[in-house]
Write a protein that binds this ligand. Structure first.
Ligand SMILES: Nc1ncnc2c1ncn2[C@@H]1O[C@H](COP(=O)(O)OP(=O)(O)OP(=O)(O)O)[C@@H](O)[C@H]1O
Ligand SMILES: [Mg+2]
Length: 224
């Protein structure tokens, strides 16, 4: 069976003035769907870079990466943004919600960016808010929600396009440990709900390993 993610010898270098940093150094990785995978490793190891390359937010300089059958190296800019919209859900440390929109509008936003109407996506957005335990907060603005609730909205938003892969970079980094544990449980359930969906999470949270099906360590731009 073809893995959901197949990365072979990925290299990503950043040049700043005279200095070149090899963020990914011939990294090779294969991952199947239906699981919750955590990515750990020291600061600067290349974890965020790896997530960005998998999500087509960044492009590798060399190597090969195929995600859900799509060769990311061979895509035009337009194809990359369509891939991001349709195949990937993103969750960030600081939630990245639109402050002027209600919870349900934030959840529906990726549909709007995909050319669909916000109104027409309302019932799906409400169902997802129910799914993350926020059915009674649909009309609240982000400023009227707690940090844990904002991250639940972000989890719901990451699912609204029914993506194959959810990428989360430090999703509990801004939450207390009990609130963070609830988010980890939710992400695990999101991965297990759908036999083909992968949730890939970068974390420094030492309790994350107990929720993940698999933990991979990145060190010096490679899988350790
Ligand atoms: N846009 C960029 N321009 C220049 N250098 C970068 C850029 N992004 C990342 N780097 C460098 O690439 C290396 C890997 O960075 P990356 O953000 O992937 O690390 P990380 O493992 O996510 O670290 P952290 O745990 O601190 O978030 C670092 O040395 C970083 O300074
Ligand atoms: Mg990082």
């Amino acid at each position: 069976m073809t893995p959901l993610i197949e990365a072979v010898d990925l290299v990503r270098e950043y040049t700043m003035g005279e200095e070149t940093v090899r963020a990914l150094d011939e990294l090779t990785l294969r991952l199947d769907g239906g699981q919750f995978v955590s990515v750990v490793g020291p600061s600067g190891a290349g974890k965020s870079t790896l997530l960005h390359v998998i999500g087509a937010l960044d492009v590798a300089d060399s190597g090969r990466i195929v995600v859900d059958g799509a060769d990311l190296g061979a895509m035009s800019d337009d194809e990359q943004s369509e891939f991001r919209r349709r195949k990937i859900g993103f969750i960030f440390q600081f939630f990245n919600l639109v402050p002027t929109m209600s919870a349900w509008e934030n959840v529906a936003l990726p549909r709007l960016l995909d050319g669909q109407s916000l109104r027409g996506s309302r019932s799906d957005a409400l169902a997802l808010l129910e799914r993350v335990g926020l059915g009674n907060r649909a009309d609240h603005r982000p400023s009227e929600l707690s940090g844990g609730q904002m991250q639940r909205v972000a989890v719901a938003r990451s699912l609204v396009m029914d993506p194959r892969i959810v990428l989360a970079d430090e999703p509990t980094g801004n939450l207390d440990s009990a609130t963070g544990a609830a988010i980890l449980e939710l992400l695990r359930d999101v991965a297990h709900d759908d036999a083909t969906r992968l949730v890939l999470m970068v974390t420094h949270d030492t309790s994350a390993a107990q929720y993940a099906d698999r933990t991979i360590t990145v060190r010096d731009g490679r899988i350790a």
